[in-house]
Design a protein around this ligand. Structure first.
Ligand code: GAR
Length: 189
């Protein structure tokens, strides 16, 4: 099974996938890693691991439709079985989704449908929940919507900050993402 991973930031979850592949714990091929802006650490991590990278810079396209088309073309060039949004903080358009039907995965650091969006950890903490967690789902045209594939719960501790809670969630998020990819790869065989 070939995957393309999309990132917008530090790519620590991507690193966990790279490590799982290189240790043999996860039998998938990372065909490429792409980003929506230049200079992400996620793309650097991929390059360091010898993985193909590409950037389709959102800001260098005059409109969202043009960016979406360019992203779709760039991802299709790597012929992935699945595309993984791993901290990719852009909503993709219908043209992209239609190119990878039910094959675009997303992870989110909250128990959806609660606390979607770019600040799921902050919003859960502000609400005062005592349990949060992470979700792996098939992405659709909404913001962190789409069929849920897997979830894991994580306790919120009294002294948590957004950073400490997010780190605790990410430990589970990495495990969940790798487990989900392993299951999909087994089905694809
Ligand atoms: C992850 O926790 C991911 O769930 C979140 O961004 C983080 C990326 O971390 N995504 C969202 O919030 C999407 N709504 P990383 O760049 O260190 O892997």
């Amino acid at each position: 099974m070939r995957i393309v991973v999309l990132v917008s930031g530090t790519g620590s979850n991507l690193q966990a996938v790279i490590d799982a592949v290189s240790s043999g714990a996860l039998d998938v091929g990372i065909a490429a890693v792409g980003a929506d802006r230049p200079g992400t650490y996620g793309v650097q991590r991929a390059a360091d691991a010898g993985i193909s990278t590409f950037v389709v810079d959102f800001k260098s396209h005059p409109d969202r439709a043009g960016w979406n088309d360019a992203l779709t073309t760039a991802v299709l060039a790597h012929e992935p079985d699945y595309v993984v949004s791993s901290g990719f903080m852009r909503i993709v358009g219908q043209g992209f989704l239609d190119s990878f039907p039910s094959r675009y995965l997303n992870t989110h650091p909250a128990l959806l449908p609660s606390f979607p969006g770019a600040h799921g950890v902050r919003d859960a903490l502000a609400y005062g929940v005592k349990v949060s967690g992470c979700t792996v789902m098939i992405a659709d045209a909404g913001v962190d919507t789409g069929p849920i594939l897997a979830q894991a719960a994580v306790p919120v501790l009294p002294d948590d900050t957004e950073e400490t809670l997010h780190e605790r969630i990410k430990v589970e998020e990495r495990r969940l993402l790798i487990d989900t990819l392993r299951q999909l790869a087994a089905k694809d065989r």
